[in-house]
Design a protein around this ligand. Structure first.
Ligand SMILES: C[S@@+](CC[C@H](N)C(=O)[O-])C[C@H]1O[C@@H](n2cnc3c(N)ncnc32)[C@H](O)[C@@H]1O
Length: 336
């Protein structure tokens, strides 16, 4: 991985990959993330004071560098991505994705359509940061086998051409792409923050799984989601959370993720640094209530969202596996 990064952007490590001793405060951490890591880290040497900065894992980089750094990570992991996902999550990502898709129930139900189901066009689904197509395949399988809907189609969009190439390979042999007359999947290389290739109010369902934490401007991406969705359309996100509510379980989980995942990346994919970024980026993602607030700020209604005494959203998401990951949804209001 080091050779894939230009020398000028080589990472200034703010957190050690092993031993759990923070270089900033010299404290060991295990049960929770080091306090100094929860604050914005000091800018890296290659970021000038006047530049707008953001985080890239635990590193601070100029905003305009982040997308290309993220692209480099995913170009590097693309070929091993699916195998690594199974190893890193012990296969649990499959259960989360299955549950995510089932909860969305994609496809038009014949019983709910007009007298002639043949005439209904099916849903148009946009799977953002769709990568190798894990979510898209499940969406199409569900629409077809559960809802008997042969028309619903998915646009897989990703910033990274190598991830999309893996997706194309996977779909080449599937019934959804193999016939040129009824292709139900298409591929779009795009940054989620600029979906100008997609017409406003044209999408029924917008999904993003394990992608949004990598975006530089998450609020901009949410606004783009709002723009492309039809009134009544649904935004749905499956993402890791920065910490579990149970401190003991959080400590065990962080030990696993910071200790084992970069190591598995090193042994299996000869790429420790990309996998180090992947675990660090989880720490930088907003909490469930903060993220629900961001979805609302983009204009969505958050189903089940209730406010606490301080006015923050206290519910409106679904925690998975003790809160290691969470599903957030938003509905674009019909009249606006
Ligand atoms: C962890 S993978 C998730 C892939 C897939 N959704 C899944 O669940 O298996 C994250 C994906 O986000 C993509 N990505 C990162 N930043 C992006 C951006 N700004 N716009 C679109 N895609 C982005 C990466 O290229 C990568 O394919």
């Amino acid at each position: 991985m080091a050779s894939l990064l230009p020398r000028a952007t080589k990472r200034l490590r703010l957190s050690p990959p092993s031993g759990f001793v923070c270089h900033d405060c010299r404290r060991a951490f295990g049960s929770s993330v080091c306090q100094s890591q929860q604050q914005q880290p000091a800018p890296s040497q290659h970021v000038s004071q006047s530049e707008k900065t953001t985080h890239f894992g635990f590193e601070t980089v100029a905003e305009e560098l982040k997308a290309s750094r993220v692209r480099t990570v995913f170009s590097s992991v693309a070929a091993n991505y699916d195998t690594m996902n199974d190893l890193m999550s012990l296969g649990i990502h499959r259960l989360w994705k299955d549950h995510f898709v089932r909860s969305l129930n994609p496809g038009i139900r014949p019983a709910s359509t007009a007298s002639s189901p043949q005439a209904t066009p099916g849903q148009t689904i946009l799977d953002i940061a769709g990568g190798t197509g894990d979510i898209a395949l499940r969406l199409l399988d569900h629409a077809t086998t559960i809802n008997h809907d042969p028309r619903t189609n998915v646009i897989i969009s990703d910033i990274n051409p190598e991830m999309l190439a893996e997706g194309r390979k996977r779909f080449a042999t599937s019934p959804y792409y193999s016939t040129s007359t009824n292709r139900r999947v298409s591929f779009l290389e795009a940054n989620a923050e600029d979906l100008s290739a997609i017409v406003s109010n044209s999408i029924d369902l917008y999904t993003v799984a394990f992608g949004i934490r990598n975006f530089t401007h998450k609020q901009v991406a949410l606004q783009e989601a709002f723009r492309v969705l039809k009134p009544g359309g649904v935004f749905a996100c499956l993402e890791f959370t920065p910490r579990l509510s149970n401190p003991l379980m959080n400590g065990i989980y962080k030990r696993w993720s910071f200790g084992a995942i970069p190591l598995i990346g090193q042994v299996v994919a000869a790429d420790r640094e990309s996998y180090q970024y992947l675990v660090e980026s989880i720490e930088r993602f907003p909490s469930q209530s903060e993220f629900a607030g961001m979805i609302e700020e983009a204009g969505f209604m958050v189903p089940g969202g209730e406010r606490g005494v301080e006015g923050e959203l206290e519910s409106g998401w679904e925690d998975l596996s003790l809160g290691i990951a969470a599903i957030h949804k938003g509905v674009k209001p019909v009249s606006r």
